[in-house]
Design a protein around this ligand. Structure first.
Ligand code: SIN
Length: 323
């Protein structure tokens, strides 16, 4: 059974890894992922400077999923550049900025660490969708901004890496969209640029869970409002993967799709691939189960594929039938 996949020139031994989110902030956590069955190591979204994030409690989960308002606690982007040498697997730095200028500074530093100092950075995932920054919206919901950000990002990326053979793969992490014309607009904008992948979806922003016993919110920041993950969001994640798959197919663009949102079992993984995902990220379930989830989900996916007589993921990727 072949569960490998690739994005551009970067090859992955399997199709399941961690999501930028839980347990990927500190070197010990990144090394824990490196020693696991996860096919890549993706860092917590890094910013220009180290951040403590939002006040605690800021994460809560139940049987159906999770809510968080972490507020991007991370060690600052230089930490993730510095420790890249200690990771053996495909290493993808997630990053963002609180303005376009700041984002470009972080991106430039990461790229220069590769071009000038040969740091082992295999990919860059730019987070344009964090719902938890107090006083800031999600960039990718503003289509003019999305277009502008992508223009600047791709300009810097192409110029700095012009003569570099094995460029780090470049992708963006998107929020969930809910309107068909939003897929059309986002699909059209993204298709104009030379990016390698999109990750969909980030959590469903501005959700609220209630603690009925205490008649209170379950997390503290933003009056209890936060990003929803886990099973609650799987149908939305599947729909986003499917809609972007069809958008890119229609435009003849080979932009790979990383599916994320509520993947708990091998069956969930199969559904995402059937909808068009090339690679899968696990967030809430990784938080709950730790690194054992990667092996278990891969084994379960193998069982589903065996039962259906598929030998590799390309045989069913994107082949969802409509009735
Ligand atoms: C957070 O740190 O608030 C979560 C990250 C995200 O949703 O992008």
């Amino acid at each position: 059974m072949n569960l490998s996949t690739s994005i551009s020139h970067l090859k992955f031994k399997s199709c399941i890894c961690n999501a930028s989110g839980p347990k990927c902030s500190l070197l010990e956590e990144l090394q824990n992922l490196d020693n696991s069955v996860s096919c890549a190591v993706i860092t917590k979204t890094s910013t220009l400077e180290k951040r403590e994030g939002n006040p605690q409690p800021r994460y809560y989960d139940n049987l159906l999923g999770s809510i968080n308002s972490m507020g991007l606690p991370n060690q600052g982007h230089n930490y993730y550049i510095k420790h890249s040498e200690k990771i053996n697997k495909p290493y993808i730095i997630s990053m963002t900025g609180f303005s376009l200028d700041e984002l470009i500074t972080v991106l430039t530093n990461i790229i220069i660490s590769k071009t000038n100092f040969n740091k082992k950075i295999d990919g860059i995932e730019i987070n344009l969708s964090c719902p938890n920054i107090i006083g800031k919206g999600q960039i990718a919901y503003d289509f003019k901004e999305l277009d502008n950000y992508l223009k600047e990002i791709c300009f810097i990326y192409s110029n700095l890496l012009e003569r570099f053979n094995e460029k780090p793969i470049l992708g963006i992490k998107l929020p969930p969209y809910f309107e068909i014309h939003h897929f059309e607009t986002a699909g059209e904008i993204i298709s104009k640029y030379p990016i390698d992948f999109i990750t969909c979806i980030n959590s469903i922003g501005n959700a609220l869970l209630v603690d009925i016993k205490n008649e209170s919110t379950v997390i503290k920041p933003k009056g209890g409002i936060g990003g929803l993950g886990g099973s609650y969001v799987k149908p939305t994640g599947l729909s986003n993967v499917r809609n972007f798959y069809l958008q890119f197919k229609k435009r003849n663009r080979d932009i790979k799709i990383i599916g994320c949102g509520g993947i708990e079992t091998g069956k969930d993984a199969f559904e995402y691939i059937l909808c068009g995902a090339d690679l899968l990220q696990i967030g809430t379930q990784f938080y709950k189960e730790d690194v054992g989830c990667f092996n278990r989900i891969l084994k379960e996916l193998t069982e589903v594929m065996k039962y259906k007589k598929y030998n590799n993921i390309d045989e069913f990727k994107g082949k969802l039938k409509t009735i």
